[in-house]
Ligand binder design. Structure first.
Ligand code: NAD
Ligand code: UD1
Length: 342
């Protein structure tokens, strides 16, 4: 009988990471989670284990700590790394560029150095649609070059993609998949795990969900005068479980050497107002809102060309907007204060 393969998931106690750990456990992988809990929750991993009926190994530590990394690689036979750990708030990255480059780029470099020492050369990296930059034509296609990023967060993702490409040039043994996420929302259908941002949410869906449970009085819609049909921005929202499943597909792709980039999105843009109305229709909960000034740095619209992921990975988004709303609401209404609710 062949041994189950072990995957190191950095940032596995976070939003996308926890859903992906669940999918990996359910797909039969052994999982080691490395997370410093700066924005993740130990409770999320415990709930994942309960849903899966299987345990993961949890290590609390920082990706910048090479001794922890070496210890993980020497005490487990790691087949591949899924690398989520990092800082992700765009506005904060403008205020704290040194911290963002240190954690995101520096942290990735220490991870890659430890992988080289351990001769583990398979990695799936959490990239972002933001690497296409501010001038790219929509829908975004992987054949487009990386563009001009408008903030340190986006620049850190583009830099890491470049570093991973250089690594593949230096050593033909490396296999890298850069997954460029569009806008993940929703939660596992159990309602046991979901997105639990600290402080005031920056992103649309958690903000709507917190208005719905009464934690915020109303939603501010940033700009109603864009050149879209209803004047609000359009994005490609995808269900976090579809995104998580995309990582399992990407693990299967890692036999292909070299560096590969795939969009993970639905290929269909939805406006902010359409999001609000979909949430209200599916949940029956009214979302008071006010249209305010545009948010600096927002693009009017972008969405994925999702064809390559389907052709190469056999992946496409399966869950529709109603499921995204239902699952968000199941999570938020059962856990109004996130993981600290119970
Ligand atoms: P998240 O903040 O919920 O998860 C990140 C996890 O990494 C957290 O659990 C945090 O505690 C951990 N972490 C942070 N710094 C660490 C460090 N130095 N060492 C160890 N652990 C550390 O974020 P998420 O939404 O799940 O995003 C995961 C990844 O996907 C991030 O790299 C993010 O940039 C990327 N991404 C997210 C989105 C999105 O919309 N959520 C979109 C595109 C890309
Ligand atoms: C943002 C980041 C992007 C990052 C992604 C996931 C910016 C410019 N981009 O994408 O780099 O990868 O988050 O973390 O920050 N909106 C409101 N009211 C709100 C919140 C959002 O109207 O309270 C609008 C925004 O103006 C936008 C849409 O909702 O039009 C989606 O916003 P958001 O969820 O923050 O995602 P992005 O801006 O697409």
């Amino acid at each position: 009988m062949s041994e189950a393969k072990t995957i190191l998931v950095t940032g596995g106690a976070g939003y996308i990471g926890s859903h992906t750990v669940l999918c990996c456990l359910q797909a039969g992988y052994e999982v080691v989670v490395l997370d410093n809990l700066s924005n993740g929750h130990r409770e999320a991993v415990e709930r994942v284990e309960a849903i899966a009926g299987r345990a993961a190994t949890f290590v609390q530590g920082d990706i910048q700590d090479e001794s922890i990394l070496d210890r993980i690689f020497s005490s487990h036979v790691i087949e591949a790394v899924i690398h989520f750990a990092g800082l992700k708030a765009v506005g904060e990255s403008v205020q704290k560029p040194v911290e963002y480059y240190t954690v995101n780029v520096g942290g990735t470099l220490s991870l890659l150095a430890a992988m080289e020492r351990a001769e583990v050369c398979n990695i799936v990296f959490s990239s972002s649609a933001t690497v296409y930059g501010i001038e790219a034509p929509t829908p975004y296609q992987e054949s487009l070059p990386r563009g001009t990023t408008s903030n340190p967060y986006g620049a850190s993702k583009a830099m890491i993609e470049r570093i991973l490409e250089d690594l593949c040039v230096s050593n033909a043994g490396w296999s890298v998949v850069n997954l460029r996420y569009f806008n993940p929302i929703g939660a596992h259908e159990s309602g046991r795990i979901g997105e639990d941002p600290q402080g005031i949410p920056n992103n649309l869906m958690p903000f709507i969900a917190q208005v719905a449970v009464g934690r915020r009085p109303q939603l501010s819609i940033f700009g109603g005068d864009y050149s879209t049909a209803d004047g609000t921005c359009r994005r490609d929202y995808l269900h976090v479980m579809d995104l998580a499943e995309g990582h399992v597909q990407a693990l299967g792709y890692l036999g292909n050497k070299g560096c590969h980039a795939f969009n993970l999105g639905t290929g269909t843009p939805v406006s902010v107002l359409e999001m609000v109305h979909a949430f209200e229709r599916v949940t029956g909960v009214a979302i008071p809102y006010q249209i305010v000034e545009r948010r600096a740095g927002d693009l009017p619209e972008f969405w994925a060309d999702a064809q390559l992921a389907e052709t190469a990975l056999g992946w496409s988004a399966k869950r529709d907007l109603d499921a995204m709303m239902e699952d968000t609401w199941r999570w938020q209404s059962a856990n109004p204060k996130g993981f600290t609710s119970q």
